[in-house]
Ligand binder design. Structure first.
Ligand code: G3P
Length: 216
């Protein structure tokens, strides 16, 4: 399973990349706004900087919702760097746009996916990645990870090539469960990635080793 970081924060992207286990980055309009990135020129510059930091797929989301504007915006984003993945929302014009991008050699990430039916449509349109939002499903008292397992089963049975990119990850257990359920990629906040490190027995064990090392 690949690890992407789900943020537009450059310091966090650097920290995750320095760990050596980072495969890519995803952003969305909320994450860009959180970093105070405003205006087309600054948005493009920010994506350029992320592409310089991380050598892997970088998802950049379109802000348009009609077919013609999604295509125009997606072409501009794709022109920033070969690693840019155009992120398109799961709406009717989004599906049409995904098919257009597929036919024109532009890689895509279909976002805001909450059902297996939506994931089938995204795969039919040739999306490179499909992004089911695990945490937001959990927020409605359903088990988001079950959706990952269902999509993984369907894609495997049907031979779809779209990669399952588990999004809206909120903790380290989400990452472990998404790996078990067959996600191809997990896009995570830095805290969730670092959460994988934590175990009190590791800390206790290391403290004891370091104490005993003084007697060596
Ligand atoms: O990748 C989508 C993600 O950024 C949404 O996360 O925590 O806002 O549901 P969240």
């Amino acid at each position: 399973m690949k690890f992407f970081i789900d943020t537009a924060n450059l310091a966090q992207i650097k920290e995750a990349n320095d760990l050596g286990v980072l495969d890519g980055v995803t952003t969305n309009p909320s994450l860009m706004a959180k970093e105070g990135i405003k205006g087309e020129a600054n948005i493009i510059k920010h994506y350029e900087t992320i592409c310089e930091l991380v050598d892997g797929p970088i998802s950049a989301e379109v802000l348009s919702t009609d077919f013609a504007s999604i295509i125009e915006e997606g072409k501009k984003l794709a022109a920033i760097h070969p690693n840019i993945i155009v992120k398109v929302p799961m709406i009717k014009d989004g599906i049409k746009a995904l098919k257009w991008f597929t036919d024109n050699g532009i890689k895509t990430n279909c976002t805001l996916v909450f059902s297996a039916g939506q994931a089938i449509l995204a795969a039919k349109a040739g999306a490179t990645y499909v992004s089911p939002f695990i945490g937001r499903i959990d927020d409605t008292s359903w088990d988001g990870v079950e959706l990952i397992a269902q999509i993984a089963q369907i894609y495997s049975l049907q031979g779809f090539k779209t990669e399952i990119l588990a999004a809206s990850i909120r903790n380290a257990l989400h990452i472990v469960r998404c790996a078990e359920a067959g996600a191809d990629v997990c896009t995570c906040p830095l805290d969730s990635i670092l959460g994988l490190l934590k175990h009190p027995l590791t800390d206790i064990g290391l403290a004891k080793f370091l104490e005993d090392a003084k007697k060596m």
